[in-house]
Design a protein around this ligand. Structure first.
Ligand SMILES: [Zn+2]
Length: 280
């Protein structure tokens, strides 16, 4: 079940708090590892103020971890942020047989994770247990990564049981504020083309496993995708209306395989857009 909620001002405040927290955490993590009496710039840090002769021992690129750990990763697609939707007091869609969307997607995430790791990707989950991070908290998890794609998992209350659908966010005009930055609630805009490509690939592999599924991804207004500054898709499995939960559980290996193969097929075409979104 996909939801749409608007809360822009709170989002911006939360994002500032996240940025501040990351910066503070980075400072704490880096300081014990810095060599005494030597302040070396982190990889990627502008070094205009440091001439080569002022650093007789030289600076070995990569020898000092970046305070922003994710930025130290090589360019390209390395990380998949996996979002089991709902959780906690939000059980998502519920079937008459007592099936809860929030429980199904968490179980599916385990198999999706293993399939992605087998393809060499690092997987970061937005939740590991029965809690309910906010939409913004989940996006912040994704937006803190570099070289990541985002996959949110849902189970619908509609659709042909045994089929699957992939959604990408519908068109979002790219806008910038007076300082030239992209507002948090439009963070997905620069990534929409990449999201469509990823969505079509995953949907194509899903269609091979599950008859009745479309061949290409569909566009929809998806709150969780809009604030995500990465190629981002929603995968929705039909449906909670089945009488026997085993009918859904049997779909997990196919869903996991299709997502992992889709992300692997997408990897060569992944390029981090020059315009980084999500900054307030
Ligand atoms: Zn849902």
């Amino acid at each position: 079940m996909l939801l749409e909620v608007r809360n822009i001002l709170r989002v911006r405040f939360l994002f500032l708090m996240v940025l501040l927290s990351v910066a503070l955490l980075g400072a704490v993590m880096v300081s014990p590892q810095a060599p005494p009496q030597t302040q070396q710039p982190a990889p990627g840090t502008p070094t205009a103020s440091t001439s080569p002769s002022s650093s007789p021992q030289g600076v070995v690129a990569g020898s000092v971890p970046s305070p922003f750990g994710a930025q130290a990763q090589p360019a390209g697609l390395n990380v998949v942020v996996l979002d089991p939707a709902h959780g906690g007091t939000d059980s998502g869609a519920r079937g008459t047989g007592g099936i809860r969307e929030s429980e199904i997607v968490l179980d599916f995430a385990i198999q999706v994770r293993h399939a992605l790791e087998a393809q060499g990707f690092q997987v970061v989950q937005t939740r590991q247990g029965n809690d309910d991070p906010s939409f913004d908290g989940r996006s912040a998890t994704a937006n803190a990564q570099r070289g990541a794609v985002f996959v949110t998992l849902h189970v619908s209350s509609t659709g042909v049981p045994g089929s699957t659908r992939v959604y990408v966010n519908s068109d979002l005009p790219t806008v910038t504020d007076s300082s030239g930055l992209i507002p948090w609630d439009r963070a997905q805009a620069p990534f929409l083309d990449l999201s469509r490509k990823l969505g079509d690939l995953v949907q194509g592999f899903l269609a091979q496993h599950f008859k009745g599924s479309p061949d290409t991804a569909q566009a929809a207004t998806v709150r969780q995708l809009r604030t995500t500054a990465a190629p981002a898709i929603a995968v929705e499995i039909s449906s909670v209306t089945v009488d026997d939960r085993a009918d859904l559980d049997r779909m997990a290996p196919g869903v996991a395989d299709a997502i992992a193969r889709g992300v692997a097929a997408f990897k060569p075409s992944y390029v981090v857009p020059s315009t980084r979104g999500a900054l307030p």
